[in-house]
Ligand binder design. Sequence first.
Ligand code: F0G
Length: 354
Amino acid sequence: MNNQGIMARYREYLPVTDKTPELSLQEGNTPLLRGDQLSEEYELDVYFKVEGFNPTGSFKDRGMVVAIAKAAEEGSQAVMCASTGNTSASAAAYAARLGLRCVVVVPDQNIALGKLSQALVYGAEVLAVRGNFDQALEIVRNLTERYPFTLVNSVNPYRIEGQKTAAFEVCDQLGTAPDILAIPVGNAGNITAYWKGFVEYHQAGKSDRLPKMVGFEAEGAAAIVRGERVKEPETVATAIRIGNPASWDSAVKAAEESQGRIDSVTDEEILEAYLEIARREGIFAEPASAASWAGVKKMRKQGLIPAGSRVVCVLTGNGLKDPGTAIDAAAAEPKVLDCDESVILEAIMGAEEV
Ligand code: F0G
């Protein structure tokens, strides 16, 4: 049954009816990879839930497939969202598949190139505004209340329903929930969705425990940690450059009920974790995704995670989405050489050895 999308695989847990259109780009069923080197180094049992394997390269596809199918079921002709990039790419793809009009509002200059190119190629109407995500979301919320566009941001409950299937998969892949589930926090929909999924699966007898939920904001956008809205959020992790998370309360609730926490990580910590995941484990995730591993490292150093804990870090998006940050962070440039065997030999062996 692996070649199905999440609506078919987890139908009994989702608000799918006989009238819901069949919709899938084969989202979900993403790898849970063990980080062998990092587990050994940090004395943990670390796994990465690699959501970049989804059809548009991020976890958004799980929620978007349900939101768009339900919009079509309810007779909607058009969908709309504000986005730091991934939501817009995902909405554009699923809307295209059902022939719906799709309007996305993104912060001009603060969206990664891969995400922008996706929305454009899938045929969405892309409006890049001189403002940030929070301002765009407020406008989109107002407009979708007054005009016949369906809002497909994560304040749409169908998004949360779809995204909770990632927690189901983690339990299915491990046989139960992990000790700790670490996740980046931006608009705070995904931490809300995972917690809902873990609780439902536990209640259904599919896992014998609940994880501690630990969520990490970028320090320059850490509204929940600071306890107040950040008017001008700033971080290298543009996906989570959000200063007024829409699901703030439910994120706090997830952390409290699970005896976890919401903390923040600096851009430096994010980029260090980003390179470490790539260079030690061979997984290329986008910068925002690395906030989960950065946060786990921070808590481990602080003595807040006992040795041997089983930790799942959610890697929310594919590294290819943001080539600009990738090339800057790698701090390495290709050597440009003459196409000549001896020149190449010299480059790899050093001049003396040749
Ligand atoms: N990681 C990535 C790669 C994201 O794109 C997002 C959110 C998050 C983490 C945070 O998830 O908002 O549920 O707490 N991206 C949204 C977007 C805001 O518009 O693509 P969250």
